[in-house]
Design a protein around this ligand. Sequence first.
Ligand code: HEM
Length: 158
Amino acid sequence: MPYVIRWGIKSSFREYIGSIEGAEEHVSDGASRLPDGTFVFPAADPAATMDSPELIRCRGAAGFRAHDGLLDVALNEPWIEGSDGDLRLSIRRSGTTSGLRVELARLARVEDMQSDTRWVFDAVLAIGGVHVFDGVYPLGAELDRLVVERLSEEEEAK
Ligand code: HEM
């Protein structure tokens, strides 16, 4: 069964964007949004299985624009990389198709919330992520918890 990444990025950032008049939020390339504001990024390879955290590759893009385009934050194609104990979340640099990636966050498994079908990670901002948010959040700022979840056959058929 394939998997998805479910992630709200940072709830205070979503609230901030929601409070700015004229701000736009969009999803594309297969990403979607749940009513609670969480983004869902599907596995890049529909045949991929949930074997190991460092082999999670998702597609899709979430974007935020506000302040007449001065604020332009895009999160494209989240991948989990590294090794267990040293996991990072990377995204493709916006505006490039070259595959250049930015390390957005560091991840740590939440030990008492793991199952065969669901992995939950604490996430904190990595140096690449500091740039993505224009230096507003410091290195290590707490982000929302990130979930990797195996799809049931029912969900997959949707
Ligand atoms: C015209 C330009 C901008 C204005 C007037 C502006 C204004 C503000 C204000 C007033 C806050 C505080 C909001 C609050 O505490 O509720 C804030 C927070 C923030 N701004 Fe901006 N901003 C601008 C540009 C940007 C840009 C270019 C970015 C780039 C990513 C950005 C990212 C953020 C972030 C991440 C926060 C913190 C949100 C949180 O509480 O988590 N802003 N901004």
